[in-house]
Design a protein around this ligand. Structure first.
Ligand code: NCD
Length: 314
């Protein structure tokens, strides 16, 4: 008897992962389920599969990255992909070439996947219209960082079984954060209640329209929360002065053991990294294995990126 072929929720071809906003709940859940199956593999001694053998992946990082770039690099290699990471500091962009010309040049080499991080919101969308391979957004400006939100979701599910019904606080520089935006979309989609906490100057106008409650006070915003996600001040995206001083910011918005007490007793702490210790987070708290999920986020990031490569690469 012929077995029915598994139908994927991800249908558009070539498939692109440009943001959580374009995903359906089914698609998000499919990625998370697929990612779960890679967690064990990544913890074992033999980590290599060959399900994408023969495929070519180009990582195009126009902004600095430690976690995301290495994670996409390893994810591709563990699935048998030939991965090439371009150092954009040495590319022809320095000689005045446009993003699209660079993309067309690379496209002519027939890659199957381009992973792009870019300082301009919308750059991955533009690229996806010009090339005929899968494009995965690894963070664009302040718009979206879909794989970060997906790895955050997987980390929460791994600890709490489900996201449905949880209360999640996202605290810090909401205005400039693509991580905040992608997480707001995804956590809402998966049934969580989301609070955002920031000083007035770092809170985007109209944020309440995204289905969150906004607070300028940590005590009120953290009340009853299961998960506390801290964000870095994205100084590279700030033009002008948004804050009186880092010391004052830490005083009011830095997460300390005392402030964490405003949340639920068993609340867990997350941070996408890089952390600025003593600015948005107390250094001991950041390393406290009883509350901090930071290392687990990095670990599960590889599994999520493997799932995305597998599901989006035709
Ligand atoms: C985030 C990013 O680049 O948006 N980092 C990451 O991908 N782990 C957050 C940040 O830079 O603060």
């Amino acid at each position: 008897m012929a077995t029915a072929k598994k139908v994927s929720a991800i249908k558009n071809t070539p498939k692109h992962l440009l943001g959580i906003q374009n995903l359906s709940v089914l698609e998000a859940k499919e990625i998370l389920t697929e990612a779960k199956s890679f967690i064990k593999l990544n913890r074992g001694s033999s980590k290599k599969l060959d399900i994408l053998r023969g495929k070519t992946q180009i990582n195009l990082f126009f902004e600095p990255s430690t976690r995301t770039q290495s994670s996409f690099d390893l994810a591709g290699k563990r699935l048998g992909v030939d991965v090439m990471t371009m150092n954009m500091g040495n590319s022809a962009l320095k000689k005045g070439e446009t993003l699209i010309d660079t993309a067309m040049t690379l496209n002519a080499m027939h890659p199957d996947i381009i992973v792009i991080r870019h300082q301009d919101s919308g750059a991955p969308n533009l690229l996806s219209q010009k090339v005929n391979c899968t494009v995965i957004n690894a963070g664009d400006g302040r718009r979206e960082h879909p794989t970060q939100a997906l790895l955050d979701a997987l980390t929460i599910i791994n600890r709490k079984d489900s996201i449905e019904g949880l209360k999640i606080a996202i605290c810090g520089d909401i205005l400039h954060s693509r991580v905040a935006r992608s997480n707001i979309y995804l956590m809402n989609m998966l049934g969580a209640e989301v609070n955002v906490i920031a000083p007035k100057t770092l809170m985007p106008r109209g944020i309440d329209n995204l289905g969150v409650k906004s607070f300028t006070d940590m005590k009120k915003g953290l009340d009853g929360c299961d998960i506390v996600m801290m964000l870095r001040l994205q100084n590279e995206r700030m033009q002008g002065s948004f804050l009186p001083s880092k010391r004052e910011y830490y005083e009011f918005f830095g997460l300390t053991p005392e402030k964490l007490k405003f949340a639920k007793k068993d609340a867990l702490l997350m941070h996408p990294g890089p952390m600025n210790r003593g600015v948005e987070i107390d250094t001991k708290l950041a390393d406290d294995i009883n509350v901090s999920l930071v290392k687990e986020q990095v670990e599960l990031g590889v599994a999520v990126r493997m799932a995305c490569l597998k599901l989006y690469c035709k």
